[in-house]
Design a binder for this molecule. Structure first.
Ligand code: IVH
Length: 680
């Protein structure tokens, strides 16, 4: 394989990086115990990818770089399973579980036996084959006998090892591919922003994500894999199921920790009850528990029916849905002016909780569900807290279709829906609904942390015309507060203290607090490090903004639009006058090698992310600039550098690469940059 001229040094470096990445993946995705930051991990990955690109002869299918998704495919190959992938028989209540247990006891002729009980994860099953320790094939269940080859996509699942050191020479692992509730919510939020229909549940989106033709898409979906079966040459290995799970764990697979070994049906029933009550605390959805006779010898003795093993059963939890009447659809106005339709339901109990409201997200979602007021609908409570309407059960006789109002239900101003967006928004910047939400958001924990500034107070302050913008918070006095209902001197003092304290909150919090559409906590953080000050950010054009790390055209435009508004500019100036933090204090080395120098980073650097390079520059006493001007001292250019590089050339500004930057700041050019990035 090796091409003449590949130095063994490069080979060693690549191997070393792969080993490190594998170890960190296992720490992070399997053990949930990361040792390095995401940025550090990304830096290692970028370095590996750069080396592999330079030396394609050293690429291997088990390299962690394959996690990011290769080239799209034309279709999926059909693959026969080594042994049928059957499903499980269900027990829907205690009686059916007792029947199952009785059958097991009879077939085993009263010999002692135990059950392993596990969670029944709500995803899709996948069979993954390894040869000589390397993942070679991943196949979906399909019809149970023949499935689809989704190997390239499965490689992007970080909790699925691409290589196993202490395995058997040839083996197959079966398990469940899932999407966590968080990844699911994030995906749907993204889809809203792109104007695409939402996925109905994490199971569907996991299934959809594993069956896309472009592995890059699968990679972006952040799926997870939990192993529950280990086979070799079509047979189960190990003497017990529990032992097999332990072995899988030792081999580096993610095995669900919520499992027990029980001697009796009572133990099983306890486990079932525990997770029926506790399922909301899990970061993913389950639809029941699975009980398996633990001894593999006894499993063989019990055997299979044509459909399912006789040694296992799935206890299914009752669906957490109910059918009720959709009485009305009300429209709420949020902070960014987004109009959200909310279902008003005839109150109904869904697994112990009374539900009378459910979010409908947006107009398209209502259309997708074919909902009209007066319909009988199914309401579902899933892992998260907000119930949702999932379908129409019976269309109402006198059903009334829903239309997004043309005017804001709060201020009466016009409502607009931008092209390509699913959200309709109230265009009035002074809409009181927006204002209340904006103030609550600004004052909330994690943003400006103004203790005591809750719903009731904001409502009064806005309704009485005392607060017309968040800047008015900084004009509040003890006298004004004293004039409000239910406001003692003590609470007033606490609120004023909170307002005073908020002036010390760092720039990323202020940026988050402004409520610029699409600028959340993380983006605000990135923008603050990238631009260093409110002024630099306000001055940046769309192109400069777009060159910032993780900022796409939509976010860039939204920021520009925000700061172009006279109203918003005035707000910012008033906040400045109030004494809020408008610069981002980055630790600088006094008299460092880059003191007095402005350095602009552009394009993709081989090992450092944009943020890491900026942090490196700032620690050396320099200023990390957002755009190139005559005052720029250096431009650090990486791969795909565009207009900034061109501008540097026209202006005659020295252009350097990452290595040169490291030399300038006095870092070891051979280092991966990890030491520099740490401590963020
Ligand atoms: S064992 C022959 N264990 O539930 C045994 N299945 O209806 C095969 N599932 O197709 C399955 N969690 O997709 C097993 N801990 C678990 C499971 C599990 C979820 C799924 C799996 C299977 C279906 C059974």
């Amino acid at each position: 394989m090796s091409r003449e001229g590949t130095s063994s040094g490069v080979r060693q470096q690549i191997e070393q990086l792969r080993r490190e990445l594998r170890r960190h993946e296992h720490q992070y995705y399997v053990l949930d115990a990361p040792e390095i930051s995401d940025q550090e991990y990304d830096a290692l990955m970028r370095r590996l990818m750069a080396l592999e690109q330079e030396h394609p002869e050293l690429a291997t299918p088990d390299s962690p770089s394959r996690r990011v998704g290769g080239a799209p495919r034309e279709g999926f190959r059909q693959v026969a399973h080594s042994a049928p992938m059957l499903s499980l028989d269900n027990a829907l209540n205690e009686g059916e579980l007792r029947d199952f247990d009785r059958r097991v006891r009879e077939l085993l002729r009263d010999a002692p036996y135990r059950y392993t009980a596990e969670l029944k994860l709500d995803g899709l099953s996948l069979a993954v084959r390894y040869r000589d320790g390397v993942m070679v094939e991943a196949v979906t269940r399909g019809d149970g006998r023949v499935g689809e080859d989704v190997t390239e996509n499965a490689r992007t699942i970080r909790s699925l090892p691409l290589r196993v050191e202490n395995g058997l020479d040839e083996f197959e692992v079966r398990g469940e591919v899932i999407m966590t509730s968080r990844a699911f919510e994030r995906l749907n939020t993204q889809r809203d922003q792109l104007g695409l229909p939402r996925y109905a549940n994490p199971r569907n989106s996991a299934a959809g994500s594993i069956r896309v033709l472009d592995p890059g898409v699968t990679a972006s979906r952040q799926l997870d894999f939990f192993a529950y079966l280990l086979m070799s040459k079509g047979e189960l290995v190990e003497a017990s199921h529990w032992g097999s799970l332990e072995r899988l764990k030792a081999m580096g697979f993610r095995v669900n920790p919520e499992r027990i070994l029980c001697d009796s049906l009572d133990g099983l029933l306890g486990f079932i009850q525990k997770w029926e009550e506790g399922r909301d605390t899990l970061p993913y959805e389950i639809d029941g528990i699975v009980a398996k006779v633990d001894s593999i010898a006894q499993q063989v003795q019990l055997g299979w029916t044509a459909k399912a093993p006789r040694w296992a059963i799935a206890f299914k939890y009752p669906a957490r849905s109910a059918v009720t009447l959709l009485e009305n659809i009300e429209v709420q106005v949020g902070r960014t002016g987004t109009l959200t339709p909310v279902a008003h339901l005839r109150p109904v109990t869904v697994s112990g909780v009374t539900v009378s409201r459910a979010t409908l997200h947006n107009e398209d979602e209502i259309e997708r569900l074919g909902l009209a007021i007066g319909d009988e609908v199914e309401v579902l409570r899933s892992g998260d807290v907000i119930p949702k309407v999932v379908r129409v059960v019976t269309p109402g006789e006198h059903r009334r279709p829903f239309h997004m109002p043309a005017n804001c239900p709060v201020c009466g101003e016009q409502v607009a829906r931008a092209e390509g967006e699913v959200a309709s928004r109230c265009i009035n910047p002074d809409c009181p609904a927006k204002l209340k939400e904006t103030i609550l958001h600004f004052a909330s924990r994690g943003v400006m942390d103004i203790d005591g500034m809750g719903d009731a107070l904001v409502e009064q302050l806005v309704d009485r015309g005392i607060l017309r913008s968040v800047a008015d918070l900084y004009q509040l006095t003890a006298e004004v507060l004293a004039g409000l209902e239910r406001m003692g001197a003590k609470s007033a003092a606490r609120i004023l203290r909170g307002i005073e304290e908020s002036k010390k909150k760092p720039l990323p919090r202020v940026l988050t607090g402004l409520g610029i559409p699409f600028v959340g906590e993380r983006t605000a953080q990135l923008l603050a490090s990238e631009f260093g000050s409110m002024d630099a950010l306000m001055a940046a054009d769309v192109e400069t903004l777009q060159n910032a790390n993780e900022v796409g055209p939509k976010v860039a435009q939204s920021i520009r639009l925000f700061f172009d508004g006279a109203h918003n500019r005035e707000l910012v100036e008033r906040l400045r006058a109030a004494g809020l933090q408008f610069t981002h204090a980055v630790e600088k080395k006094a008299g460092g090698p880059l003191t007095g120098k402005t350095v602009v980073v552009t394009g993709t650097l081989p090992a450092l992310s944009r943020e890491e390079a900026h942090a490196m520059i700032e620690r050396a006493g320099g200023k990390a600039g957002g755009s190139v001007s005559k005052k720029t001292s250096y431009v650090v250019a990486g791969d795909k550098a565009g207009s900034k590089l061109e501008k540097a050339r026209t202006l005659g500004i020295p252009v350097i690469d990452e290595q040169e930057l490291r030399r300038l700041v006095g870092a070891d050019p051979a280092a991966t940059g990890l030491g520099e990035a740490a401590g963020e």
